[in-house]
Ligand binder design. Structure first.
Ligand code: PGA
Length: 248
């Protein structure tokens, strides 16, 4: 089965570095079977748009503002991203929640704004180590899902992928076991069934993110109910990222 592999470049690369990166990466993944997207910093989107034309790599961004336009100094709207041919946008990444105070409510508003503008959503959820250790993982994830997707129509889920990223696994080299990932993927589908339908739960794509590397990607993608991966650190190196993308 085709998997969906998404790179999150975070706050890395100048324009020149992006050029070098894509010039190396694009030929390495030309033959890959999996679906691919890369979420660039805003400043590199115009260049990436040009360089990705004619390739199968989808153009993504890492954040969006929840309003249409106006007095929001420093922010970028969904319409601006659409205008640059962006196809999908990360929402609710744990770094945004932690450093920029994003709540489930603002995540919900951003998701609605993206859907309204015809953009795809990569909706990130995940528990902290303290939450996992105190057995609160499911409570936290359920709340993130229910509040994040509140007020959505079932058919809008077609434009959303859910990325499960345990905070304790992001950038740490620690990774949950295959069984732990499977348990969460199953639980996410249960919550989607309760709030939408069994059909929606079956169809929604669930990605795993957090310390995915060429060495462990096979295990992660073999986890039942997992449709792909969200890759941070390892996506910065074109050779490593291409190995992950080409995984079968
Ligand atoms: P990581 O990051 O692969 O460096 O752990 C994943 C992410 O933050 O999306």
């Amino acid at each position: 089965m085709k998997k969906f592999i998404i790179g999150n470049l975070k706050m890395n690369f100048t324009e020149e570095e992006t050029k070098k990166y894509l010039n190396t990466l694009i030929p390495l993944v030309e033959e890959a079977n999996n679906k691919i997207a890369i979420c660039f910093p805003f400043t590199n989107i115009p260049l990436a748009r040009k360089m990705l034309k004619g390739t199968k790599i989808l153009l993504g961004a890492q954040n969006v503002h929840e309003k249409d336009s106006g007095e929001f100094t420093g922010e970028i709207s969904a319409n601006m991203l659409k205008d640059l041919s962006c196809e999908l946008v990360l929402v609710g990444h744990s770094e945004r929640r932690k450093y920029f105070g994003e709540s489930n409510q603002s995540v919900n508003a951003k998701i609605k704004q993206l859907l309204k503008n015809g953009l795809g959503v990569i909706f990130c959820i995940g528990e902290s180590l303290a939450e996992r250790e105190s057995d609160k993982t499911k409570i936290v994830l359920k709340q993130q899902i229910e509040q994040g997707l509140s007020g959505l129509y079932e058919n809008e889920l077609n434009n959303i992928v859910i990325a499960y990223e345990p905070i304790w696994a992001i950038g740490t080299g620690k990774i949950p076991t295959k069984e732990q990932i499977e348990e969460v993927a199953k639980f996410i589908r249960e919550v989607i069934t309760q709030n939408f339908s069994e059909k929606a739960a079956k169809e929604v794509a669930i990605l795993y993110g957090g310390s995915v590397k060429p060495e462990n990607v096979k295990i992660v993608l073999k986890a039942e109910g997992v449709n792909g991966g969200l890759i941070g650190g390892a996506s910065l190196n074109p050779e490593s990222f291409s190995k992950i993308i080409r995984v079968k």
